[in-house]
Write a protein that binds this ligand. Sequence first.
Ligand code: ATP
Length: 501
Amino acid sequence: MLKWKNEILIGIIPALLLFGLYKGTEYLPVILIAVLLIVAFFVVRLQRSGDAIGATGGKSSHKVSEQKPSYLKFDQIGGQDQAKAELMEALDFLIKKEQIAKLGIRPIKGILLTGPPGTGKTLLAKASAHYTNAVFSAASGSEFVEMYVGVGASRIRDMFKQVRLKAQKENKQNAIIFIDEIDVIGGKREGGQQREYDQTLNQLLTEMDGIHTKEEPRILIIAATNRKEMLDSALLRPGRFDRHIEVDLPDKKGRLSILDIHARNKPLSENVNMELIAEQTFGFSGAQLESVLNEAAIYAMRSNADILTKDHLGLAIDKVMMGEKTDREANEEEKVRVAYHELGHAILAEVVRVGSVSQVSLCPRGKALGYVRHNPPADHYLYTKTYIEGQIMIALGGAAAEEIYYGARSTGSRNDFEKAMELVRLMVDSGLTELGIVDIQMVPKKQFMDVNHAILDELMGSTKKILETYMIVFEQSLDVLMKEETLSGEQFRMMMRQIAS
Ligand code: ATP
């Protein structure tokens, strides 16, 4: 709209002049009109630049997402205590300006947040703006990617210009620019093909180098990535993004506090035990936990309930973990095969860790035709060789059961094998195999494959042997599963106990 106004104004000026001259108008009024129009033109321009501050990208088409002053506070972010503490310490450099100047400390220009998706990196950046009373501007790395050389670089320039203007307009001394997915523009420069990416990254580095202690507003760049190893070393050197903060998946305490935050606006039944939900959501990110509560509320609405119950939350966890229930009906023959496959996983899981099976189900969910829901283990961060081998055997249990009953496997074990091989890689990487302590990148493919085969073959053999001692459990559980479609952990353990006794 503004663009149109501008263009109309520019068109009107010569038109009026020509019209005046044609009519023999005297000079003075023409000059007066011209002055008036010039003034109007500058007023419009001023308005335009005001609108662009922190929002759209001026002359270029770049859009840095408009951020109203962010009122999100650190205490509205659950868990992440370590990340919050490290971040606040770094942000204090922005607040305690005099002390920093007195001691001659170099200002922090960039903070890099790294970690899996949905763990709260964007939330932390927003809370940083509140903590430092800064204007906040956010963009994603992919917004700077263009086919044409130089466009990305000019967008970076615009972004810095706009945020400075925005801070001046709002009379703020600090400004925070948040760049999500920094790896898109900050990947390692290899020369040659990637000129556009290189120019964009160079421009970012130039802008960062131009940030000075005494400059106002003081700009701080917070960037986020899930792939720190991809970043160009120039970005990570001192004076650029030299503060790295890990934003990991939350532990049980963190999960509980995130669940509490997102449950605040939801009516919960008394039978909901949040501690238990936090336990069952092992490995979930903050975004997934938010989704669990949201999905539970949707289930409550579908069943015309006024409050969220334990069952709604149970269904929601399954949905977030495994995907929505699907209508895909496997035929009877396939169903039996899926049942044997899932029971293979379940028996191994109970053998490796008693009490670990929460449910065996033949309900198709997401891409799976059946699944075993496990009771999560207590949070722990170190894994022994025996533990990893146990996990591999659980993953192989499905294929082993199919081999026992059908003499051959099906395509249903693809994901299980991926998981098993990932665990083998972890073993190699951690020096837990016959290869000793090695850099996995340096191991010849053939040698790696030999070790991979040896480990998987041996564990497949042990898995089959274990399963063969539980044939009665297979048969009894199969009956229940074919009739009821689900088998609770308790029912299943009762059958397992028969063998032990
Ligand atoms: P990505 O790497 O995919 O950009 P992210 O780490 O930036 O993800 P956010 O965008 O900050 O993740 O989080 C997404 C959503 O997940 C938030 O809007 C919030 O609802 C929820 N969430 C994530 N972590 C937390 C947390 N620690 N406390 C409360 N809510 C959280």
